[in-house]
Design a protein around this ligand. Structure first.
Ligand SMILES: *Cc1c(COP(=O)(O)O)cnc(C)c1O
Length: 372
C-alpha cells in the first residue's frame, strides 16, 4: 500500500457530503448517488460500498457493465443506467435487475421487443437535446407507458444550463422545469399513473430547493465540490473533498544553470536547480496541460512547480527551495500537505477543464485507500 501512487479517500468527508445533501432535500425526496466514470475516479465498487454503509441504496451509472458490477457487489436498490445500452446487452439488464433509461421512442420499442419485462425510467428531452423523448410528445409517451414489457418506474430530465448563472441560462433552466412538470401533468389526463420524478443533479440540489421530486441524482457534490472553485464557494461551501492523490519521489537530481530536463528540453535551469522525479504522469490522470509550471504539487508542505513536460508515468518538480527532499518522499497532486491544499477545482482551472473531468481521469494504477 502507498507504493507508487495512491488515492486517499476520506470516509468522514463522504459521510459529511451525504448528510449535507440530504439536509437540502425536501421530505420524501431521496438521494440517488451517481457513480458513473468509476465513481468520478474514486473507484467502483469501493465508493458504492461506502455509500451503502451510509444508507444510500439507489445509484445511477452510465453503462450496463457498471450497473452489473454494483449488483454483483450487493447493491440492493434501484440502479439506473443513464446512457444508451445496446440491445445485445438487454440480457444483462434483466439478469442484474438494472433500470434502463428510455432514450427515445424507437428505443422504447426495442426494449419492449426484448420480450421480457424490463424496468425503465423514461427520460424527457426538455431542451438539452442529448437523450430523451421530446417533452411535447404526449402520445409517444403514452405509447411507451402502455408497452406490455416496460415497467415504467420513473420519469426524469436533465438541466443542462444549471452550472451557468447568466440570465438566459437561468431562464432556460426554469423553462426546462416547466416543460417537465407540464409533461408529467399530462400523464394524468391520459389515465396514466405518474411514476417517480427526478430532475436535479448536484447544481440543481443547491439551486432549485423547492422541486417536488422523488429523487435527486447527485454526482460531483458527493465527492465534495461543484465543477469549479467559484461555484463551490457560491453554492456549496460546506462540501468536503473526498479524494487526495499522492505519489512518491522516485529520484532527485541536481542541475547546473543552463542544463535541460525532460522531453523536448522542456525545462531549462535558470539557476543551480534540484529536480524531484514524481511517480505519476498523464496515464494516471495528471493533465499534460499542467506542464512547464502551469501546475504544482506539494512536497513537505511547499508548493513546487511542475518542471518541463508531464510524462506518461512520471513528472518533474522544481524542489530547489526545499533541500530536505529525498527519494521515497510523498508528493501531493490533489489534497492537503501541511498548511497547503491543492483542490481538483484548482487543477481543473489550470488545465482548462472542470473538476469532474480531472477526477474521472484518475487512473487504475492508483491504489485506492479509504481512510477514517
Ligand atoms: C452525470 C449526470 C448526473 C450527475 O451530475 P453531477 O453534476 O455530477 O451531479 C445527473 N444526471 C445525469 C443525467 C447525468 O448524466
Amino acid at each position: 500500500m502507498k507504493d507508487r501512487a495512491w488515492l486517499e479517500l476520506s470516509r468522514p468527508a463522504l459521510a459529511h457530503n451525504v448528510a449535507l445533501l440530504r439536509a437540502q432535500l425536501p421530505p420524501g425526496c431521496g438521494l440517488m448517488a451517481v457513480v458513473k466514470g468509476n465513481a468520478y475516479g474514486h473507484g467502483l465498487p469501493g465508493t458504492a460500498i461506502e455509500l451503502c454503509k451510509l444508507g444510500v441504496h439507489d445509484f445511477c451509472v452510465a453503462t450496463a457493465e457498471e450497473g452489473a458490477e454494483l449488483r454483483r457487489q450487493g447493491a440492493q436498490g434501484t440502479i439506473l443506467v443513464l446512457g444508451y445500452t445496446n440491445p445485445s446487452q438487454f440480457l444483462l439488464l434483466e439478469a442484474a435487475q438494472l433500470t434502463q433509461t428510455v432514450v427515445d421512442g424507437d428505443y422504447a420499442a426495442a426494449l419492449n421487443a426484448y420480450g421480457r419485462p424490463l424496468a425503465v425510467h423514461i427520460k424527457l428531452d426538455t431542451g438539452m437535446h442529448r437523450l430523451g423523448v421530446p417533452w411535447q410528445e404526449g402520445e409517444m409517451l403514452e405509447r411507451i407507458f402502455r408497452y406490455p414489457n416496460l415497467k415504467v418506474e420513473g420519469l426524469f430530465t436533465h438541466l443542462c444550463a444549471d452550472d451557468t448563472q447568466d440570465e438566459e441560462a437561468v431562464a432556460f433552466s426554469r423553462e426546462q422545469i416547466r416543460r417537465f412538470y407540464q409533461a408529467a401533468g399530462g400523464l394524468q389526463a391520459r389515465g396514466l399513473a405518474v411514476p417517480n420524478l427526478h430532475i436535479q443533479s448536484s447544481y440543481g440540489v443547491f439551486r432549485h430547493r423547492d422541486l417536488r421530486c422523488r429523487y435527486v441524482r447527485a454526482g460531483i457534490a458527493l465527492y465534495g465540490m461543484l465543477s469549479t472553485t467559484e461555484d463551490t464557494e457560491s453554492y456549496a461551501p460546506g462540501l468536503q473533498p473526498v479524494l487526495s492523490a499522492r505519489g512518491r519521489v522516485g529520484a532527485v537530481h541536481t542541475l547546473a544553470a543552463g542544463e535541460h530536463a525532460g522531453y523536448g528540453l522542456g525545462f531549462t535551469a535558470r539557476r543551480p536547480t534540484r529536480l524531484a522525479v514524481v511517480t505519476m504522469g498523464y496515464a494516471d490522470g495528471v493533465p499534460r496541460a499542467l506542464s512547464k509550471g502551469r501546475g504544482n504539487m506539494l512536497l513537505h508542505g511547499v508548493r513546487c512547480p511542475i518542471a518541463g513536460m508531464v510524462c506518461m508515468d512520471q513528472l518533474l518538480l522544481d524542489v530547489t527551495d526545499i533541500p530536505q527532499v529525498r527519494q521515497g518522499d510523498t508528493a501531493t497532486f490533489i489534497g492537503r500537505d501541511g498548511s497547503k491544499t491543492i483542490t481538483a477545482c484548482e487543477v481543473a482551472a489550470q488545465s482548462g477543464t472542470i473538476a469532474n473531468e480531472v477526477l474521472s481521469h484518475m487512473g487504475d494504477r492508483f491504489q485506492r485507500l479509504w481512510v477514517d
